[in-house]
Design a protein around this ligand. Structure first.
Ligand code: UDP
Ligand code: MG
Length: 310
């Protein structure tokens, strides 16, 4: 019998986990032609998530877990889950039932019968989300798709079913700054996209504040595009060109009309403008430098405190 691993990153999900477990257990009984394995990755939760997981480990031998020494963020949890999984197929799923487990059967059929390597999902609506957030999310996808050669799908969720081959390719990307949406797209393979309406989380709260999403967006751009560096270089070139023309104009004007120097307010504005652009460009370079700095340190993406074998 083929094995399927369900990887679930969990951070403070004590409220949602019981619903999730009940649901996935139901699906696994329905799909009895596959051997199930559930891998809960406890991402340094501060509530009783780990206790809840351990309770499941005791009563269900299909349940395995990895518990981090602190919160390493979802990207790290995803990597850990994929690395620990043993299945021929691996599904990645949130613990809050925003990724409907009922889709699993259809996803498996697509891989098994139609020869896809990977079935990914995207939500077509952003119902139940603040409008401002949706607006910025759309903007982000427009911008990043212009900047990056790796395609980022608007509304793509991390919910997906993959073959072992795809999972191994994802694990083989050893970067420290992991931006999963980009990594999934980078490795390629025959991918089928399924669409569904946004579903509200079953219990608990979202871990994403607006600020966190903003930082995540910047991370995505720096991880998969170097276009911002080019932009700052182009800025510099354009300004040099303008300055050159102005110098010529001023010299000619002084020679012909003998104009006395005047206009310090405009000078102040120009200085402010230029130093603004300089700081902006420096900031962009700084972003890339800091990422390079973190990569060269070669730190582990996550540190494990406990697994089901301990
Ligand atoms: N999560 C995680 N580590 C974190 C934040 C979130 O493992 O630092 C998990 C969380 O438990 C959930 C999934 O990532 O299973 C998605 O999180 P959330 O529902 O808060 O995000 P949203 O669905 O609102 O984008
Ligand atoms: Mg969620």
């Amino acid at each position: 019998m083929k094995k399927i691993s369900i990887v679930v990153p969990c951070y403070n999900e004590e409220e949602a986990l019981p619903y999730f477990y009940k649901e996935i257990d139901k699906i696994s009984k329905k799909m009895d032609y596959l051997d199930f394995e559930f891998i809960f990755v406890d991402d340094g939760s501060k509530d009783k998530t780990l206790e809840v997981i351990k309770k499941y480990v005791k009563k269900d031998k299909r349940v395995r877990f990895v518990s981090f020494s602190r919160n390493f963020k979802k990207e790290a949890a995803i990597l850990a889950g994929l690395e620990y999984s043993k299945g021929d197929y691996v599904a990645l799923m949130d613990a809050d039932l925003q990724d409907p487990p009922s889709l699993l059967e259809k996803m498996y059929k697509l891989i098994n019968e139609e020869g896809y390597d990977c079935v990914a999902t995207r939500r077509v609506t952003r119902k139940g989300e603040p409008p401002i957030r949706s607006f910025f999310a759309r903007m982000f996808y427009k911008i990043i798709n212009k900047m990056s050669k790796t395609e980022m799908v608007d509304g793509a969720r991390d919910y997906r079913l993959m073959t072992r081959q795809v999972v191994n390719s994802i694990i083989s990307l050893k970067e420290y700054n992991r931006y999963s949406k980009g990594i999934f797209s980078f490795v390629g393979f025959k991918t089928k996209w399924l669409e569904y309406e946004n579903i509200k989380r079953v219990a608990g709260k979202t871990k994403w504040s607006f600020w966190k999403l903003f930082v995540y967006a910047i991370e995505g751009i720096t991880a998969f595009s170097t276009v911002p560096l080019v932009i700052s270089a182009i800025f510099g070139l354009i300004l040099c060109f303008i300055a050159f023309i102005l110098i010529v104009v001023i010299i000619v004007k002084t020679l012909i009309f003998g104009d006395p120097a005047s206009g310090w307010p405009s000078l102040v504005c120009i200085i402010l403008f230029l130093s603004g652009i300089q700081m902006f460009s420096l900031g962009i370079i700084g972003q890339y430098l800091s990422k390079t700095y973190l990569e060269t340190k070669n730190r582990p993406v996550y540190i494990v405190r406990e697994t089901e074998n301990d």
